[in-house]
Design a protein around this ligand. Structure first.
Ligand SMILES: [Zn+2]
Length: 226
């Protein structure tokens, strides 16, 4: 039990980072939601402009419910923007819309990390839901092979987080390139967009570190039960 508790110490700094990243995302999003872009374009209009520029006229854009629910759906080839982003004319709306279009461009150009991420998604989902039950059953009934299987499954889930990092950073990089071409014009707009996108990227770093720490914890607990 003491051992179990001491491995919890690994999680605490990462929890703090995750909390910091989340508050940064919401803080920057709110701050730059109040600043209108000078071009006076909605997120929906910006997404359409960039998609058309790239020849992706077959990708549709839809408004969806919720806050920060924005995502690209590769199966349907749709850019789904939360209503605030779709209809909003702020720096936040511009940067998030451009980021989601970044994923559509990755999909169209078969950007390898995205292809890999999509490929391992079902395995990772299975892995992350089966890993803990397997490990705990192995721990409770002293069945080492079940604990090992739990660790292997969890490693699959970690891999998914790792592959997500280049996908997210690259989508934001593409977004900035496009926004820089006549959509956002002032220095304040550019640095605001960067702040919004960097904060979002940090949340992915935090969840990857969290998964890594949990994996290390499982390995340590496993090692103490030989
Ligand atoms: Zn993204």
């Amino acid at each position: 039990m003491f051992y179990y508790d001491s491995t919890m110490l690994l999680i605490i700094p990462v929890l703090i980072l995750a909390f910091y990243a989340q508050s940064k995302v919401h803080g920057n999003y709110k701050k730059y939601s109040k600043k209108q872009n000078l071009a006076n374009l909605t997120g929906g209009e910006i997404a359409r402009e960039i998609l058309d520029r790239k020849g992706l006229t077959d990708v549709n854009i839809y408004p969806i419910k919720g806050v920060l629910t924005d995502h690209y759906n590769p199966a349907k080839k749709t850019v789904n923007l939360s209503e605030d982003v779709y209809y909003g004319r702020s720096i936040s709306s511009s940067s998030i819309a451009a980021h989601e279009v970044g994923h559509a461009i990755q999909h169209a150009t078969k950007y390898y990390p995205l292809v890999l991420r999509t490929g391992i998604l079902p395995i990772a989902q299975l892995g992350s839901s089966a890993a803990f039950p397997l490990f705990l059953l192995g721990l409770l009934f002293s069945i080492p092979i079940m604990m090992d299987l739990g660790i292997i499954f969890f490693a699959g889930a970690l891999l998914f987080h790792v592959v997500t990092l280049p996908v997210e950073y690259n989508a934001s990089r593409r977004a900035m390139v496009e926004l820089n071409q006549g959509i956002l014009v002032s220095q304040e707009e550019i640095s605001g967009a960067k702040a919004v996108l960097n904060a979002a990227a940090l949340t992915y770093v935090a969840s990857t570190l969290m998964a890594l720490m949990q994996l290390i914890r499982l390995v340590l607990i496993r090692g103490s039960r030989k």
